[in-house]
Write a protein that binds this ligand. Structure first.
Ligand SMILES: C[S@@+](CC[C@H](N)C(=O)[O-])C[C@H]1O[C@@H](n2cnc3c(N)ncnc32)[C@H](O)[C@@H]1O
Length: 354
């Protein structure tokens, strides 16, 4: 058992089963033993690879999306450029490089990174050494200027609650220690869950309290200050039922309960719930739209063609594989979705069609 597993086991033996939410929160976020505190998650040698790490094309196109948003906000001489969960800092680096086509965008931006991992903050500081950056533990209170915010594979890392439908009622799904390992069980009493969809025996329903609260805060911020947020993550456009709690270790799927602290735990983002919250706060929502279509609309084919023109045969092969990985339905193109929230823009942001 992992050191964090031992800690969770003794806690469960002492106080009883814990919600899936608490298991996931500890496994990812424990300050010393949690996944983001101790593992090197990204890249070929890590546990998974995210879109900005696949290819520079991803961040460059998002940089152009951001410049377009800025222009449609009237080209403000001061605005907040925020990224949630910046990982290695690759996305922000690529955004800032492609935004050089609009020097006033760069000179007007105040950069904020929301990151809880001290280890990743160091990486971000190295990657962005040429820029003035402020770090935050959570979305800061920003005022006096519009906001352009980006979040790639951030919401899938926030802990979820799971509910299981049995005997006509919803119960919270818990984790217990039994038979020498972690196992699922359910709460003794039914949950007072509101707004649950129709379900049949054994169905699982997931909610992400931190993610939902954050979408509420973000929508409020956009309504007050103007601006746009681009959220890219994996999940269905509108399906709500299903168990999406999952773990990856060394690029392989593993049981989420087996190695807490040493495997990356995620869950699908429920775009339909986020959308409902944002709309109820009066902001404009575009998408969710598949990542492949979004990148095509932003011009990934032209960017790929330009990079290929200068490349050797070996580099061309690599570029083609990266291109496919980002947009193909068999890879990241369909499962990943893009959704934008915005307020006070002169026209709709790019990438979502009409
Ligand atoms: C899956 S990684 C994605 C990294 C990056 N966006 C990318 O696409 O490569 C999740 C990121 O969110 C950060 N993170 C996770 N939970 C967080 C939280 N509650 N608050 C702030 N950052 C968090 C992680 O440390 C990491 O940087």
């Amino acid at each position: 058992m992992t050191p964090l597993g031992e800690l969770l086991r003794s806690q469960i033996e002492k106080d009883g089963p814990i919600p899936v939410h608490d298991f996931m929160k500890m496994a990812l976020g424990h300050p010393e033993l949690g996944y983001y505190a101790q593992r090197e998650p990204f890249g070929e040698t890590g546990d998974f690879i995210t879109a900005p790490e696949v290819s520079q094309m991803f961040g460059e196109l998002i940089g152009l999306w951001a410049v377009d948003v800025w222009a449609k906000l009237g080209g403000p001489t001061k605005f907040h450029l925020v990224e949630l969960g910046p990982g290695n800092g690759t996305l922000m680096t690529d955004i800032l490089r492609s935004a050089r086509i609009a020097p006033e965008f760069l000179s007007s931006a105040t950069i904020h990174l929301v990151e809880t991992s001290a280890r990743l903050r160091k990486k971000q500081a190295d990657a962005l050494a040429d820029h003035n950056v402020t770090w935050h533990e959570e979305l800061p209170t920003l005022s006096g200027a519009p906001v352009i915010l980006l979040a790639n594979e951030f919401f899938d890392a926030l802990p979820i609650r799971q509910f299981v439908f049995t005997g006509g009622r919803w119960f919270e799904r818990l984790v217990t220690w039994q038979n020498g390992g972690f196992e699922y069980t359910k709460s003794a009493r039914p949950s007072d869950l509101k707004d649950a969809p129709e379900a049949k025996e054994g169905d699982i329903y997931e909610r992400c309290p931190d993610g939902e609260a954050l979408i509420g805060r973000l929508s409020n911020l956009l309504r007050q200050e103007g601006g746009a947020a681009l959220i890219i993550d994996y999940g269905a456009e509108d399906a709500l039922i299903g168990d999406s709690f999952q773990a990856v270790r060394g690029h392989r799927p593993v049981d989420p309960l087996v190695a807490p602290g040493e495997a990356d735990l995620t869950a699908h983002v429920k775009f339909a719930i986020f959308k409902k919250i944002a709309l109820s706060q009066g902001v404009t929502v575009q998408g969710p739209t598949p990542q492949g279509r979004f990148l095509e609309r932003l011009g990934i084919e032209a960017r790929h063609y330009m990079l290929r023109k200068e490349a050797t045969e070996a580099q061309k092969k690599k570029l083609d594989a990266q291109f496919r990985r980002l947009i193909s339905a068999k890879e990241m193109g369909t499962l990943f979705k893009a959704m934008a929230l915005s307020h006070n823009m002169a026209a709709a942001g790019e990438g979502f069609g009409n």
